[in-house]
Design a protein around this ligand. Structure first.
Ligand code: SF4
Ligand code: MG
Length: 318
């Protein structure tokens, strides 16, 4: 009974990820317990692909993912089961990620049943409790997803994610399918739950206002590479990478004080055949000859790290 959603969910994932499957990604970062680490970047940067690899929905061809000091080897079923309970994922689109044929009770109970955490009446009581935790009511358990608004559906998805008592939740564009008026409610709920349950979040988003509201640290992705990692507050004030600055300059509320708002220039290139050297060079206002020839490696900056031949030296050039 609890298997029905899998082929259906996989179809959604396949559609989203096909583009990036053969692309080269080279990404390394660490998320600290209790923090919100945000990955930002335009679509095609590889954000969602990385999120899916972390929760085992896609397999990386090389490299490894460690959780609480343990290698996550998704191929080894028995080992992974205990580890798997400890992390969950919230998807971008609550319309697509909730099986329309299941009642809310069964949707929220799925991880509890899958991991064998509770039995019989205990499951019902736990589902009722979780629905209240996310701002719904026990009476909602008997309904179907189509009876709810987008924001309510995302609350159901959050209740399901919480039901295995995870420590770590990957949130892939959790509010980008929602009305602006509802977005803040969901983000505030996520923050309250983080405090209450000591959760660690990986937040995937293209929306810098969302990221600013939520993140402790930020990683900026460009074509499958982390071009900058920094403390969130400092990244907004002192971006060290030209791409980060381009993203910030494009958002009116975020434009650095004294700087004019500027549109993002150019299109993101095809991730399957990225430009030589620094993949950002065709769009970069500061590009020099070396940028076409050599791929910049991450170097330490005053705020974290950045992969640019001129990181830390871009000063206040317009
Ligand atoms: Fe721009 Fe060159 Fe830095 Fe790449 S390495 S971001 S092209 S200045
Ligand atoms: Mg995505």
């Amino acid at each position: 009974r609890f298997d029905i959603s899998k082929p259906w969910l996989n179809r959604v994932l396949e559609r989203e990820s096909r583009q990036f499957l053969t692309a080269n990604a080279d990404v390394s970062f660490e998320i600290k317990k209790g923090e919100t680490f945000a990955l930002v970047g335009e679509s095609g940067s590889g954000k969602s692909t990385i999120a899916k690899m972390i929760v085992g929905l896609l397999a990386p061809s090389a490299g490894h993912i460690r959780f609480d000091g343990q290698d996550m080897d998704f191929a080894s079923g028995a080992n992974m089961r205990a580890l798997r309970r400890r992390f969950q994922m919230i998807f971008q689109d609550p319309f697509a990620s909730l099986n329309p044929r299941w009642r809310v009770r069964d949707i929220v109970a799925e991880p509890i049943v899958t991991f064998g955490l509770l039995q019989g009446d205990e499951i019902t009581r736990e589902v009722d409790r979780l629905l209240e935790v996310v701002g719904l009511s026990a009476a909602d358990a008997a309904k179907f997803p189509h009876e709810f608004s987008g924001g309510q559906r995302q609350r159901i998805a959050i209740a399901r994610a919480l039901s295995s008592k995870p420590e770590f939740i990957v949130c892939d564009e959790p509010t980008s399918a929602l009305d602006v008026s509802v977005q803040a409610q969901i983000l505030n709920l996520m923050r309250d739950l983080q405090d209450e349950f000591g959760l660690t979040y990986l937040l995937i988003s293209h929306d810098l206002s969302v990221v600013r509201h939520m993140a402790n640290r930020i990683g900026v992705l460009y074509l499958g590479r982390l071009v900058e990692v920094a403390d969130a507050k400092r990244l907004f004030l002192e971006p060290q990478h030209p791409y980060t600055r381009m993203l910030l300059d494009a958002v009116p509320d975020l434009a650095l004080s004294g700087r004019r708002r500027k549109p993002v220039l150019g299109e993101i290139p095809n991730p399957i055949d990225p430009p030589s050297g620094c993949a950002f060079h065709p769009r970069c206002p500061l590009a020099q000859d070396i940028c076409k020839a050599e791929t910049p490696q991450p170097s330490v900056t005053p705020t974290g790290q950045a992969a640019c031949h001129f990181a830390g030296k871009i000063g206040d050039t317009p």
